[in-house]
Design a protein around this ligand. Structure first.
Ligand SMILES: Nc1ncnc2c1ncn2[C@@H]1O[C@H](COP(=O)(O)OP(=O)(O)OP(=O)(O)O)[C@@H](O)[C@H]1O
Ligand SMILES: [Mg+2]
Length: 431
């Protein structure tokens, strides 16, 4: 282009800043719509997922219309922002093409003038225009892919927002070992020392909790709903960091173990029985993948689910569906109990483990559980106080504090909070 005419080249070069100016202007104005498009897309998908997952609840409370209305609102938001962002970024290509075409016009006029003055030949204009075309083509291509780039940028912003969340405290660099050459080094002694904790800074759930548990003891934690029983066991597993005090296992602060080791010591059956999508076998062997087939069946027998599993068409290979809707609540609990049996932990936590199981099965499992708790430190949370009468110590909690501690007989003699709880449960039955 320079060898044909420098004046014409200067003119052709003018296309770049002009196109760039237009592109930047449009980008600045459309990026906010790309952002809100991505946000409303997230809201819409979240809404759909929640409504599908909670379909039974939505139907039971006649919430269909409300859910549809909410969907409409989100969908409308998405429509508006997507419309604007697509429109603005769609303008980009025509704009750069127009600037490019204006360039051709200028080049042609200037070329005509130069031909008239016999500076260049007429064929030079033809070749110059061809060069200009290949010169502006990349600019057009960039403009074309700009809307993709912009929505990627908007999406990336959300991803980085997530990645920038505060990390959990890293594990110590010098952790205390829990086993040596396959043998566990932990006895299972647990001590809580002035533990203070709140899920949010403004509300303390556990105020000042201290307790010493000898290896192999069975500790029952009782108390009204919301007293902080589940919180205590979550803290033992270090799902949350303490606000004050410390928890020791065999005299080592739980923060001096790696989280993985700490959790390998503890087997838990939680209030909300949790199973994942997969076969029953995978679910049972989750905590102990090396367990043999015989061990697995033994664990299932102890939890009294083996009979149920065998009646299924595919036995242990039965696939549990999404949110395990193809097994009953009680069966789900029994499966999680079998899983805890199989993982063979040092410390056992049973949080309302049999709350959804019928009383006859509960009595049957109780025997299995007693066998399992033999020689292990165990924490049992139960609302049915008859199941924890034989505990070594019963911890009565109320509003995050221990209000009473002792074994069943001692607590009954005190005639305090525990006696009230106990009598409240049994007075109805006696009548
Ligand atoms: N993830 C959480 N975020 C904020 N607050 C929470 C959270 N989990 C529990 N809480 C609050 O902490 C308190 C203690 O809850 P916790 O689950 O320990 O009770 P609980 O004694 O196990 O009760 P329940 O007998 O019903 O199982 C409650 O007031 C509850 O509202
Ligand atoms: Mg609880």
């Amino acid at each position: 282009m320079l060898s044909i005419s420098w004046q014409m080249m200067l003119l052709a070069l003018l296309i770049i800043p002009l196109s760039l100016f237009g592109v930047v202007f449009l980008m600045k104005n459309s990026q906010k719509y790309f952002l809100s498009q991505q946000t409303s897309l997230g809201l819409l998908n979240g809404h759909i997922e929640e409504m599908y997952g909670a379909h039974e609840i939505v139907t039971a409370f006649n919430g269909q219309q409300k859910s549809v209305d909410q969907f409409e609102t989100y969908n409308d938001q998405l429509y508006r922002s997507a419309w604007k962002s697509q429109f603005l970024s769609g303008l980009m290509q025509p704009l750069t093409m127009m600037v490019g075409n204006l360039g051709y016009v200028g080049v042609s006029i200037l070329g005509g003038y130069l031909v008239l003055h016999q500076v260049i030949a007429i064929g030079d204009i033809q070749s110059f225009i061809t060069y200009t075309r290949s010169f502006t083509q990349p600019i057009n291509q960039i403009a074309q892919s700009m809307n993709m780039l912009q929505s990627t940028m908007a999406a990336a912003e959300r991803v980085f927002g997530f990645l920038n969340e505060a990390e959990v405290l890293p594990d110590t660099s010098d952790p205390v070992p829990v086993s040596f050459e396959g043998k566990s080094l932990i006895q299972g002694q647990v001590a809580f020392e002035n533990v203070r904790f709140g899920y949010t800074p403004d509300k303390t759930v556990i105020r000042d909790f201290s307790m010493f548990v000898k290896p192999g003891q069975k500790i029952a934690i009782v108390g009204p709903t919301g007293a902080g029983k589940t919180t205590i066991v979550k803290l033992l597993m270090r799902f949350y960091e303490l606000n004050g005090g410390a928890i020791y296992i065999d005299g080592h602060d739980t923060r001096t173990f790696t989280r993985k080791d700490l959790r390998s010591l503890v087997g838990m059956v939680l209030q909300d029985a949790w199973l994942f999508e997969g076969t029953i076998r995978d679910n049972l062997k989750f905590g102990n993948p090396d367990a043999s087939e015989a061990q697995m069946v033994k664990a299932a027998q102890m939890a009294h689910v083996d009979h149920f599993i065998e009646t299924l068409d595919h036995g242990y290979d039965t696939v549990l569906g999404e949110s395990s809707s193809n097994v009953s609540q009680g069966q789900r609990q029994l499966l999680t109990i079998a899983r805890a049996f199989l993982s063979d932990p040092k410390i056992l936590i049973l949080d309302e483990a049999t709350s959804s199981v019928d009383t006859r099965t509960e009595v049957l499992i109780q025997k299995g559980m007693d066998a399992l708790m033999e020689g292990r430190t165990s924490f049992v949370i139960a609302h049915r106080l008859s199941t924890i009468r034989n505990a070594d110590a019963i911890l009565v909690m109320n509003e995050g504090d221990i209000v009473e501690i002792g074994n069943h007989d001692a607590l009954m003699k005190r005639d305090g909070f525990y006696t009230k709880l106990y009598n409240a449960q049994f007075s109805g039955e006696e009548e």
